[in-house]
Ligand binder design. Structure first.
Ligand code: DLL
Length: 433
Protein backbone atom coordinates (compact mmCIF):
# COMPACT_ATOMS: atom_id res chain seq x y z
CA UNK A 1 0.00 0.00 0.00
CA UNK A 2 1.14 3.56 -0.61
CA UNK A 3 0.79 5.77 2.48
CA UNK A 4 1.06 9.13 0.76
CA UNK A 5 -0.16 8.52 -2.76
CA UNK A 6 0.08 12.17 -3.83
CA UNK A 7 3.73 12.72 -2.94
CA UNK A 8 5.07 9.22 -3.47
CA UNK A 9 3.75 8.93 -7.01
CA UNK A 10 4.23 12.55 -8.06
CA UNK A 11 5.36 13.14 -11.65
CA UNK A 12 9.00 14.30 -11.85
CA UNK A 13 8.25 17.83 -12.98
CA UNK A 14 5.97 18.56 -10.03
CA UNK A 15 8.42 16.86 -7.66
CA UNK A 16 11.29 19.01 -8.89
CA UNK A 17 9.26 22.17 -8.47
CA UNK A 18 8.65 21.26 -4.83
CA UNK A 19 12.30 20.32 -4.34
CA UNK A 20 13.49 23.66 -5.68
CA UNK A 21 11.14 25.69 -3.52
CA UNK A 22 12.08 23.75 -0.42
CA UNK A 23 15.77 23.82 -1.27
CA UNK A 24 15.76 27.60 -1.57
CA UNK A 25 14.11 27.95 1.85
CA UNK A 26 16.58 25.50 3.41
CA UNK A 27 19.60 27.30 1.97
CA UNK A 28 18.33 30.64 3.17
CA UNK A 29 17.69 29.36 6.67
CA UNK A 30 21.00 27.54 6.92
CA UNK A 31 22.87 30.64 5.73
CA UNK A 32 21.08 32.88 8.19
CA UNK A 33 21.25 30.60 11.23
CA UNK A 34 24.30 28.32 11.01
CA UNK A 35 27.64 30.21 11.07
CA UNK A 36 29.36 27.18 9.50
CA UNK A 37 27.23 27.39 6.35
CA UNK A 38 27.50 31.17 6.12
CA UNK A 39 31.26 30.97 6.25
CA UNK A 40 31.45 28.17 3.67
CA UNK A 41 29.11 29.92 1.22
CA UNK A 42 30.91 33.23 1.66
CA UNK A 43 34.23 31.54 0.97
CA UNK A 44 32.77 30.00 -2.19
CA UNK A 45 31.32 33.40 -3.17
CA UNK A 46 27.74 32.12 -3.24
CA UNK A 47 24.67 33.88 -1.90
CA UNK A 48 21.44 31.99 -1.13
CA UNK A 49 19.71 33.96 -3.90
CA UNK A 50 22.15 32.44 -6.43
CA UNK A 51 20.32 29.12 -6.11
CA UNK A 52 17.79 29.49 -8.93
CA UNK A 53 17.58 25.92 -10.16
CA UNK A 54 18.22 22.44 -8.78
CA UNK A 55 21.38 22.29 -10.87
CA UNK A 56 22.74 25.28 -8.91
CA UNK A 57 23.00 23.01 -5.87
CA UNK A 58 26.15 21.69 -7.52
CA UNK A 59 27.92 25.00 -6.85
CA UNK A 60 27.64 24.64 -3.11
CA UNK A 61 30.47 23.11 -1.06
CA UNK A 62 30.18 19.65 0.50
CA UNK A 63 29.63 19.06 4.20
CA UNK A 64 31.56 16.22 5.83
CA UNK A 65 31.34 14.15 8.99
CA UNK A 66 34.40 16.05 10.21
CA UNK A 67 32.51 19.36 9.82
CA UNK A 68 29.78 17.97 12.09
CA UNK A 69 32.38 16.80 14.61
CA UNK A 70 34.10 20.19 14.58
CA UNK A 71 30.78 21.76 15.53
CA UNK A 72 30.04 19.32 18.35
CA UNK A 73 27.55 19.26 19.98
CA UNK A 74 25.07 21.93 18.79
CA UNK A 75 27.02 24.13 16.37
CA UNK A 76 25.12 22.91 13.27
CA UNK A 77 21.64 23.50 14.71
CA UNK A 78 19.63 26.04 12.72
CA UNK A 79 17.06 26.83 15.43
CA UNK A 80 17.36 28.00 19.04
CA UNK A 81 17.46 25.18 21.61
CA UNK A 82 13.99 25.99 22.87
CA UNK A 83 12.65 24.82 19.50
CA UNK A 84 14.50 21.50 19.71
CA UNK A 85 12.32 18.74 21.12
CA UNK A 86 14.53 15.68 20.48
CA UNK A 87 18.23 14.90 20.38
CA UNK A 88 19.84 11.76 18.94
CA UNK A 89 23.46 10.83 18.38
CA UNK A 90 25.28 8.33 16.23
CA UNK A 91 27.71 6.17 18.14
CA UNK A 92 30.69 6.81 15.88
CA UNK A 93 33.47 4.28 16.00
CA UNK A 94 36.14 6.90 16.46
CA UNK A 95 36.13 10.26 18.17
CA UNK A 96 33.08 12.21 19.27
CA UNK A 97 29.57 11.13 18.33
CA UNK A 98 27.54 13.20 15.90
CA UNK A 99 24.71 14.98 17.66
CA UNK A 100 21.51 15.77 15.76
CA UNK A 101 18.37 17.68 16.76
CA UNK A 102 14.72 17.79 15.71
CA UNK A 103 11.99 20.39 16.04
CA UNK A 104 8.43 19.21 16.69
CA UNK A 105 7.82 19.54 12.94
CA UNK A 106 10.92 17.47 12.16
CA UNK A 107 9.65 14.68 14.44
CA UNK A 108 6.30 14.91 12.68
CA UNK A 109 7.91 14.71 9.22
CA UNK A 110 10.02 11.76 10.34
CA UNK A 111 6.92 9.92 11.62
CA UNK A 112 5.27 10.48 8.22
CA UNK A 113 8.29 9.24 6.31
CA UNK A 114 8.52 6.18 8.55
CA UNK A 115 4.80 5.53 8.03
CA UNK A 116 5.52 5.67 4.28
CA UNK A 117 8.49 3.34 4.77
CA UNK A 118 6.66 0.75 6.83
CA UNK A 119 3.82 0.61 4.32
CA UNK A 120 6.27 0.28 1.42
CA UNK A 121 7.77 -2.63 3.35
CA UNK A 122 4.39 -4.37 3.65
CA UNK A 123 2.91 -3.05 6.91
CA UNK A 124 -0.60 -1.65 7.25
CA UNK A 125 -3.24 -0.96 9.87
CA UNK A 126 -4.02 -4.15 11.77
CA UNK A 127 -0.40 -5.27 11.72
CA UNK A 128 1.58 -5.81 14.92
CA UNK A 129 5.18 -4.66 14.69
CA UNK A 130 7.86 -6.35 16.79
CA UNK A 131 10.40 -3.52 16.89
CA UNK A 132 13.79 -4.91 17.89
CA UNK A 133 15.82 -1.88 16.82
CA UNK A 134 17.51 -0.34 19.85
CA UNK A 135 15.66 2.48 21.63
CA UNK A 136 17.89 5.29 22.80
CA UNK A 137 20.33 7.68 21.17
CA UNK A 138 20.29 5.37 18.12
CA UNK A 139 17.53 6.49 15.76
CA UNK A 140 16.32 2.98 14.83
CA UNK A 141 13.99 2.23 17.76
CA UNK A 142 12.18 5.56 18.09
CA UNK A 143 12.18 6.11 14.32
CA UNK A 144 10.22 2.92 13.65
CA UNK A 145 8.09 3.48 16.74
CA UNK A 146 6.73 6.88 15.71
CA UNK A 147 6.17 5.69 12.15
CA UNK A 148 4.29 2.62 13.33
CA UNK A 149 1.98 4.73 15.48
CA UNK A 150 1.48 7.23 12.66
CA UNK A 151 0.55 4.44 10.27
CA UNK A 152 -1.87 3.03 12.81
CA UNK A 153 -0.24 -0.33 13.46
CA UNK A 154 0.33 -1.76 16.95
CA UNK A 155 3.97 -1.47 17.91
CA UNK A 156 5.76 -3.60 20.51
CA UNK A 157 8.71 -1.48 21.73
CA UNK A 158 10.87 -4.46 22.59
CA UNK A 159 14.23 -2.85 21.60
CA UNK A 160 17.41 -4.94 21.25
CA UNK A 161 18.65 -7.58 23.69
CA UNK A 162 17.01 -9.97 26.16
CA UNK A 163 16.67 -12.30 23.22
CA UNK A 164 14.93 -15.23 24.89
CA UNK A 165 12.19 -12.95 26.15
CA UNK A 166 11.79 -11.61 22.61
CA UNK A 167 11.04 -15.12 21.39
CA UNK A 168 8.40 -15.61 24.08
CA UNK A 169 6.84 -12.28 23.07
CA UNK A 170 6.84 -13.38 19.42
CA UNK A 171 4.98 -16.55 20.38
CA UNK A 172 2.47 -14.88 22.65
CA UNK A 173 1.84 -11.45 21.06
CA UNK A 174 1.73 -12.78 17.48
CA UNK A 175 3.49 -9.92 15.69
CA UNK A 176 3.18 -9.84 11.90
CA UNK A 177 6.10 -7.52 11.07
CA UNK A 178 9.67 -7.71 12.36
CA UNK A 179 11.97 -4.69 12.41
CA UNK A 180 15.62 -5.24 13.40
CA UNK A 181 19.14 -5.19 12.01
CA UNK A 182 19.80 -8.18 9.73
CA UNK A 183 22.52 -9.45 12.06
CA UNK A 184 20.30 -9.31 15.13
CA UNK A 185 17.55 -11.00 13.12
CA UNK A 186 19.84 -13.97 12.55
CA UNK A 187 20.55 -14.10 16.26
CA UNK A 188 16.82 -14.05 17.00
CA UNK A 189 16.38 -16.95 14.60
CA UNK A 190 19.16 -18.88 16.25
CA UNK A 191 17.77 -18.42 19.76
CA UNK A 192 14.25 -19.32 18.57
CA UNK A 193 15.58 -22.56 17.18
CA UNK A 194 17.41 -23.35 20.46
CA UNK A 195 14.13 -22.77 22.28
CA UNK A 196 12.33 -25.13 19.92
CA UNK A 197 10.26 -22.33 18.38
CA UNK A 198 9.68 -22.62 14.65
CA UNK A 199 8.99 -19.61 12.46
CA UNK A 200 6.43 -21.79 10.68
CA UNK A 201 4.30 -21.32 13.78
CA UNK A 202 4.87 -17.56 14.06
CA UNK A 203 2.85 -15.25 11.88
CA UNK A 204 5.48 -12.91 10.43
CA UNK A 205 4.68 -11.63 6.94
CA UNK A 206 7.31 -8.97 6.39
CA UNK A 207 10.65 -7.97 7.88
CA UNK A 208 12.10 -4.47 7.52
CA UNK A 209 15.83 -4.72 7.99
CA UNK A 210 18.64 -2.19 7.80
CA UNK A 211 21.13 0.03 9.65
CA UNK A 212 24.04 -2.07 8.36
CA UNK A 213 25.15 -3.52 5.04
CA UNK A 214 23.78 -6.94 4.12
CA UNK A 215 23.95 -8.96 0.95
CA UNK A 216 21.27 -10.35 -1.35
CA UNK A 217 22.35 -13.82 -0.21
CA UNK A 218 21.72 -12.77 3.40
CA UNK A 219 18.22 -11.70 2.35
CA UNK A 220 17.59 -15.19 0.92
CA UNK A 221 18.82 -16.81 4.12
CA UNK A 222 16.65 -14.57 6.33
CA UNK A 223 13.56 -15.09 4.16
CA UNK A 224 14.07 -18.84 4.17
CA UNK A 225 14.67 -19.09 7.92
CA UNK A 226 12.07 -16.62 9.16
CA UNK A 227 9.43 -17.37 6.51
CA UNK A 228 8.80 -13.75 5.62
CA UNK A 229 9.46 -11.23 2.88
CA UNK A 230 12.52 -9.14 3.76
CA UNK A 231 13.03 -5.55 2.60
CA UNK A 232 15.96 -3.19 3.02
CA UNK A 233 15.56 0.13 4.85
CA UNK A 234 18.20 2.84 4.83
CA UNK A 235 18.86 5.99 6.75
CA UNK A 236 21.41 7.86 8.82
CA UNK A 237 21.04 10.10 11.82
CA UNK A 238 22.73 13.07 10.15
CA UNK A 239 20.02 13.12 7.48
CA UNK A 240 17.11 12.04 9.75
CA UNK A 241 17.37 8.40 10.85
CA UNK A 242 15.65 5.37 9.29
CA UNK A 243 13.17 6.22 6.55
CA UNK A 244 15.40 8.13 4.14
CA UNK A 245 14.93 5.28 1.64
CA UNK A 246 13.25 1.89 1.53
CA UNK A 247 12.57 -0.94 -0.87
CA UNK A 248 8.99 -1.65 -1.79
CA UNK A 249 8.00 -5.23 -1.07
CA UNK A 250 6.55 -5.54 -4.58
CA UNK A 251 9.88 -5.13 -6.40
CA UNK A 252 12.59 -5.57 -3.73
CA UNK A 253 14.90 -4.00 -6.27
CA UNK A 254 16.48 -0.83 -4.94
CA UNK A 255 15.39 1.58 -2.24
CA UNK A 256 13.09 4.52 -3.08
CA UNK A 257 14.57 7.74 -1.72
CA UNK A 258 11.91 10.13 -0.44
CA UNK A 259 12.94 12.86 -2.81
CA UNK A 260 10.40 15.41 -1.71
CA UNK A 261 12.52 15.63 1.48
CA UNK A 262 16.03 14.59 0.47
CA UNK A 263 17.94 15.40 -2.72
CA UNK A 264 20.46 12.67 -3.53
CA UNK A 265 23.62 12.92 -5.62
CA UNK A 266 26.31 10.38 -6.42
CA UNK A 267 29.89 11.60 -6.57
CA UNK A 268 33.33 10.17 -7.08
CA UNK A 269 34.63 9.75 -3.51
CA UNK A 270 38.14 10.74 -4.58
CA UNK A 271 37.64 13.75 -6.85
CA UNK A 272 34.17 14.82 -5.70
CA UNK A 273 33.00 14.94 -9.34
CA UNK A 274 29.34 14.11 -10.04
CA UNK A 275 28.49 10.66 -11.38
CA UNK A 276 25.76 9.65 -13.81
CA UNK A 277 22.73 7.48 -13.05
CA UNK A 278 23.81 3.86 -12.69
CA UNK A 279 27.43 4.65 -11.85
CA UNK A 280 28.51 3.65 -8.36
CA UNK A 281 29.95 6.28 -6.06
CA UNK A 282 29.44 8.07 -2.76
CA UNK A 283 25.93 9.09 -1.84
CA UNK A 284 25.46 12.77 -0.96
CA UNK A 285 22.30 14.23 0.56
CA UNK A 286 20.75 17.66 0.90
CA UNK A 287 17.76 17.82 3.22
CA UNK A 288 15.03 20.19 2.07
CA UNK A 289 12.52 20.11 4.91
CA UNK A 290 14.56 19.66 8.07
CA UNK A 291 14.37 22.63 10.43
CA UNK A 292 16.70 21.92 13.36
CA UNK A 293 19.47 20.12 11.54
CA UNK A 294 19.54 20.82 7.81
CA UNK A 295 22.46 19.29 5.92
CA UNK A 296 23.67 20.62 2.61
CA UNK A 297 25.50 18.25 0.27
CA UNK A 298 26.36 15.95 3.13
CA UNK A 299 28.84 13.22 2.17
CA UNK A 300 27.48 9.99 3.65
CA UNK A 301 30.50 7.86 2.66
CA UNK A 302 27.99 5.16 1.67
CA UNK A 303 28.62 3.58 -1.70
CA UNK A 304 25.67 3.01 -4.03
CA UNK A 305 24.20 4.07 -7.39
CA UNK A 306 20.90 5.65 -8.46
CA UNK A 307 18.24 4.23 -10.75
CA UNK A 308 15.53 6.56 -12.14
CA UNK A 309 13.55 3.79 -13.94
CA UNK A 310 9.83 3.57 -13.11
CA UNK A 311 8.97 0.94 -10.51
CA UNK A 312 6.17 -1.65 -10.54
CA UNK A 313 4.87 -0.29 -7.22
CA UNK A 314 3.96 3.07 -8.79
CA UNK A 315 6.31 5.20 -6.72
CA UNK A 316 8.12 7.75 -8.85
CA UNK A 317 10.99 8.46 -6.47
CA UNK A 318 14.46 7.45 -7.62
CA UNK A 319 15.86 4.18 -6.27
CA UNK A 320 19.28 3.62 -4.75
CA UNK A 321 20.97 0.27 -4.97
CA UNK A 322 21.57 -1.67 -1.76
CA UNK A 323 24.53 0.00 -0.01
CA UNK A 324 27.59 -2.20 -0.43
CA UNK A 325 29.40 -0.46 2.43
CA UNK A 326 30.96 2.79 3.57
CA UNK A 327 34.01 4.09 1.80
CA UNK A 328 35.84 3.99 5.14
CA UNK A 329 34.88 0.32 5.74
CA UNK A 330 36.36 -0.72 2.44
CA UNK A 331 39.28 -3.05 2.94
CA UNK A 332 42.32 -2.57 0.78
CA UNK A 333 44.22 -5.82 0.82
CA UNK A 334 47.42 -5.62 -1.18
CA UNK A 335 45.95 -3.00 -3.43
CA UNK A 336 42.63 -4.75 -4.01
CA UNK A 337 39.47 -3.14 -2.67
CA UNK A 338 36.73 -5.21 -1.12
CA UNK A 339 33.72 -4.58 1.12
CA UNK A 340 32.77 -6.94 3.95
CA UNK A 341 29.34 -7.38 2.34
CA UNK A 342 31.01 -8.75 -0.81
CA UNK A 343 32.87 -11.37 1.21
CA UNK A 344 29.54 -12.12 2.89
CA UNK A 345 27.93 -12.86 -0.46
CA UNK A 346 30.61 -15.47 -1.22
CA UNK A 347 30.31 -17.11 2.20
CA UNK A 348 26.55 -17.36 2.03
CA UNK A 349 26.66 -19.34 -1.19
CA UNK A 350 28.41 -22.24 0.50
CA UNK A 351 26.39 -24.99 2.12
CA UNK A 352 27.11 -25.64 5.76
CA UNK A 353 28.59 -22.23 6.40
CA UNK A 354 26.63 -20.20 8.95
CA UNK A 355 25.90 -16.50 8.33
CA UNK A 356 28.16 -15.45 11.22
CA UNK A 357 31.54 -14.12 10.21
CA UNK A 358 34.22 -11.60 11.02
CA UNK A 359 37.10 -10.25 8.98
CA UNK A 360 40.44 -9.78 10.68
CA UNK A 361 43.01 -7.52 9.08
CA UNK A 362 46.65 -7.69 10.17
CA UNK A 363 49.93 -6.39 8.93
CA UNK A 364 52.74 -8.86 8.43
CA UNK A 365 56.07 -7.60 7.14
CA UNK A 366 54.56 -4.44 5.66
CA UNK A 367 51.84 -6.42 3.89
CA UNK A 368 48.18 -6.36 4.85
CA UNK A 369 46.60 -9.76 5.33
CA UNK A 370 42.97 -10.72 5.58
CA UNK A 371 41.64 -13.62 7.62
CA UNK A 372 37.99 -14.56 7.21
CA UNK A 373 36.67 -16.21 10.35
CA UNK A 374 33.41 -17.97 9.61
CA UNK A 375 31.27 -20.35 11.59
CA UNK A 376 30.20 -23.70 10.25
CA UNK A 377 27.13 -25.64 11.24
CA UNK A 378 27.33 -28.08 14.13
CA UNK A 379 27.30 -31.12 11.84
CA UNK A 380 30.17 -29.89 9.72
CA UNK A 381 32.33 -28.90 12.63
CA UNK A 382 32.49 -32.47 13.86
CA UNK A 383 33.82 -33.52 10.44
CA UNK A 384 37.38 -34.57 9.88
CA UNK A 385 40.06 -31.90 9.95
CA UNK A 386 40.95 -32.71 6.36
CA UNK A 387 37.43 -32.01 5.16
CA UNK A 388 37.34 -28.71 7.01
CA UNK A 389 40.66 -27.72 5.50
CA UNK A 390 39.37 -28.54 2.05
CA UNK A 391 36.35 -26.32 2.69
CA UNK A 392 38.60 -23.48 3.90
CA UNK A 393 40.60 -23.74 0.68
CA UNK A 394 37.45 -23.74 -1.40
CA UNK A 395 36.10 -20.57 0.21
CA UNK A 396 39.48 -18.89 -0.12
CA UNK A 397 39.58 -19.82 -3.81
CA UNK A 398 36.09 -18.40 -4.38
CA UNK A 399 37.00 -15.11 -2.72
CA UNK A 400 40.09 -14.90 -4.89
CA UNK A 401 38.11 -15.69 -8.03
CA UNK A 402 35.29 -13.23 -7.38
CA UNK A 403 37.24 -10.30 -5.98
CA UNK A 404 40.94 -10.96 -6.59
CA UNK A 405 41.63 -10.78 -2.87
CA UNK A 406 43.84 -13.32 -1.14
CA UNK A 407 42.28 -14.29 2.15
CA UNK A 408 43.06 -16.92 4.71
CA UNK A 409 39.85 -18.68 5.76
CA UNK A 410 39.43 -20.07 9.25
CA UNK A 411 36.36 -22.13 10.01
CA UNK A 412 35.30 -21.79 13.62
CA UNK A 413 32.79 -23.63 15.78
CA UNK A 414 29.19 -22.48 16.12
CA UNK A 415 28.82 -19.44 18.43
CA UNK A 416 32.54 -18.61 18.30
CA UNK A 417 31.76 -15.20 16.84
CA UNK A 418 30.13 -12.65 19.13
CA UNK A 419 26.46 -11.94 18.35
CA UNK A 420 25.27 -8.37 17.94
CA UNK A 421 22.16 -6.82 19.41
CA UNK A 422 22.33 -3.98 16.92
CA UNK A 423 24.92 -3.39 14.23
CA UNK A 424 27.34 -6.29 13.79
CA UNK A 425 31.07 -5.68 14.02
CA UNK A 426 32.30 -7.25 10.81
CA UNK A 427 35.89 -6.05 10.75
CA UNK A 428 38.61 -6.30 13.37
CA UNK A 429 41.52 -4.21 12.20
CA UNK A 430 44.67 -5.07 14.10
CA UNK A 431 46.76 -2.70 12.00
CA UNK A 432 45.69 0.26 14.09
CA UNK A 433 47.04 -1.19 17.32
O1 DLL B 1 21.52 3.23 11.15
C1 DLL B 1 19.53 4.56 10.90
C2 DLL B 1 18.73 3.33 10.64
C3 DLL B 1 18.08 2.70 11.67
C4 DLL B 1 18.60 2.85 9.35
C5 DLL B 1 17.30 1.57 11.43
C6 DLL B 1 17.82 1.74 9.08
C7 DLL B 1 17.18 1.10 10.12
P1 DLL B 1 23.16 5.62 11.97
O2 DLL B 1 23.36 4.88 13.24
O3 DLL B 1 23.45 7.07 11.95
O4 DLL B 1 21.66 5.50 11.49
O5 DLL B 1 24.03 4.89 10.86
C8 DLL B 1 23.96 5.28 9.53
O6 DLL B 1 24.44 3.02 8.77
O7 DLL B 1 25.48 5.83 6.84
C9 DLL B 1 25.15 3.42 6.57
O8 DLL B 1 26.55 3.34 6.56
C10 DLL B 1 24.59 2.38 7.50
N1 DLL B 1 23.28 1.91 7.04
C11 DLL B 1 22.06 2.31 7.44
N2 DLL B 1 21.11 1.60 6.77
C12 DLL B 1 21.76 0.77 5.92
C13 DLL B 1 21.34 -0.21 4.98
C14 DLL B 1 21.00 4.33 11.19
N3 DLL B 1 20.07 -0.51 4.75
C15 DLL B 1 24.83 4.40 8.67
N4 DLL B 1 22.32 -0.85 4.27
C16 DLL B 1 24.69 4.72 7.20
C17 DLL B 1 23.62 -0.58 4.47
C18 DLL B 1 23.15 0.97 6.08
N5 DLL B 1 24.05 0.30 5.37
Amino acid sequence: MIYDIEYETMPREALEAIQLRRLQTTIQRAYANVPFYKEKFDQAGIKPTDIRSLADLRHLPYTTKQDLRDNYPYGMFAVPMDNVVRIHASSGTTGKPTVVGYTARDVDTWANLMARSLSAGGAWRGDIIHNAYGYGLFTGGLGVHYGAERLGTSVIPVSGGNTKRQIVIMKDFKPTILTATPSYTLHLAEVASEMGVSFDDLGFKYGIFGAEPWSEQMRDEIERTLKLTAVDIYGLSEVMGPGVAIECHEAKAGLHIFEDHFIPEIIDPGSGDPKAYGDPGELVFTTVTKEAFPVIRYRTRDITSLNPEPCVCGRTHVRMKRVSGRSDDMLIIRGVNVFPSQIESVLMEIDGVAPHYQLVVDREEQLDTLTVMVEVNEGLFSDEVKQLQALERRISKNIKEYFGVSAKVKLVEPKAIARSQGKAIRVVDNREI
